[in-house]
Write a protein that binds this ligand. Structure first.
Ligand code: SAH
Ligand code: SF4
Length: 365
């Protein structure tokens, strides 16, 4: 090969959207590497970090503390692209269900729930879910893929920007959207750490809750992280026979295995594990279930969150009557258990728990 024909003497191809690195969702180390790759000083990564996660800027032109030439290079060579909101549906109660499109076209959903002076964001951790719970719309999709830490973080930044959430106002995160977070713990914890950073969005660990269908090894691993999010378990059944029928995961880790894992879970002072319990009329909502629920909940510090079933297409379950929900509530609180009923927000827009599923070619829905 002679001089000019050598590939390394040719100009690099024009950067295009697939080839350029995307700074949205990069952690500190990645931003330092990005700066190093542009022959810039590592400390500039701090400015990028604050711009991306504290100020939530979405355009390089906002980073005015950087030199003009560097901003121009960033503009040309580095993307700043968060997941795109492709559909938003506002519910009567003020919550909004958003559909996010990821770079590969995958669609996941997140819900923004405003409360006075703060917001709770319900996040997806996977595209679909592998766990196959029979009452859950996401479970019917099957699993398509895990989300990356950047894509999980992106749901947060995009929702906060969309709703003009004031910088520093409290934010709660619940991993109760699409997916089983314990199946994707590395990326979920990556997003948790990024969002927890005091120089960024600064969400304290106690404001983040991971909800799991009961993957015991995941529960054990979560207990080893410091700091870590809070834990919620989707119990949804009080005998192995009943629970296995609606949650196949119970055939691998049954109620006793779960109780042991939860008893061993290293809680902080005053911390409690949330037990979510979906009320399916005639299936999980008997008074005997209530009594067994009390016995289960007493084995470790806990509180119970009853979730009346949210109906969705193609599933034959129904929620109990209000009177029956009241009766169960009385039974539990009468036994000294802390109990709340999740009055599902966004039910009219199919954004409530277990209704988050997107039709997508290839998904068995
Ligand atoms: N995969 C995780 C988190 C997402 S599901 C988990 O299962 O815990 C979030 C919650 O919604 C779970 O407690 C689940 O039991 C509940 N859920 C799923 N489908 C539901 C439905 N149709 N109605 C009410 N709750 C539902
Ligand atoms: Fe997956 Fe949770 Fe739905 Fe079960 S309830 S299928 S674990 S998203």
């Amino acid at each position: 090969m002679t001089g000019a024909a050598r590939p390394w003497d040719q100009p690099a191809p024009e950067p295009n959207s697939l080839g350029r690195p995307n700074a949205a969702g990069m952690d500190r180390d990645e931003l330092e590497l990005l700066m190093a790759s542009l022959a810039e000083k590592a400390f500039r990564a701090d400015h990028l970090f604050a711009g991306l996660y504290r100020h939530r800027w979405t355009d390089w032109s906002s980073f005015t503390a950087l030199s003009k030439p560097l901003r121009t290079r960033l503009q040309d060579e580095v993307e700043l692209r968060w997941p795109e909101i492709v559909e938003s549906v506002v519910s009567d109660d003020g919550s909004t269900k958003h559909a996010f499109s990821m770079q590969d076209g995958s669609i996941v959903e997140g819900v923004h729930m405003p409360y006075e002076g703060r917001a709770t964001l319900c996040l997806s951790s996977q595209v679909g879910c592998a766990m196959g719970c029979t009452f859950c719309a996401t479970g019917k999709m099957g699993i398509l893929r895990n989300l990356t830490a950047a894509e999980i973080t992106g749901q947060v930044i995009t929702m906060l920007n969309h709703h003009a959430h004031p910088i520093g106002a409290p934010v709660n995160l619940v991993f109760m959207g699409m997916g089983e977070p314990m199946h994707n713990l590395a990326h979920v914890m990556g997003a948790f750490r990024l969002l927890n950073d005091p120089e960024g969005v600064a969400i304290p660990p106690r404001r983040v809750t991971i909800s799991t269908s009961g993957l015991v090894p995941g529960i054990q691993r979560l207990g080893t992280f410091k700091p870590r999010p809070r834990l919620a378990l989707s119990l949804n059944g009080t005998t192995d026979e009943h629970r296995s029928r609606i949650m196949p995961v119970n055939r691998v880790w049954n109620l006793e295995a779960l109780a042991e894992a939860l008893t061993a879970f290293p809680l902080q002072k005053g911390e409690r594990i949330t037990l979510e319990y979906v009320l399916l009329k005639g299936v999980t909502d008997s008074l005997e279930d209530g009594r067994r629920l009390v016995a289960f909940a007493r084995r470790f510090p806990s509180k119970i969150n009853l979730i009346p079933f949210n109906p969705h297409e193609g599933v034959g379950f129904e929620p109990p009557t209000e009177a029956h929900i009241d009766e169960l509530c009385q039974l539990l609180s009468g036994q000294g258990i802390t109990v709340s009923v999740r009055r599902s927000r966004g039910q009219d827009i199919a954004g409530a728990c277990g209704q988050l599923a997107r039709k997508r070619s290839g998904a068995a829905d």
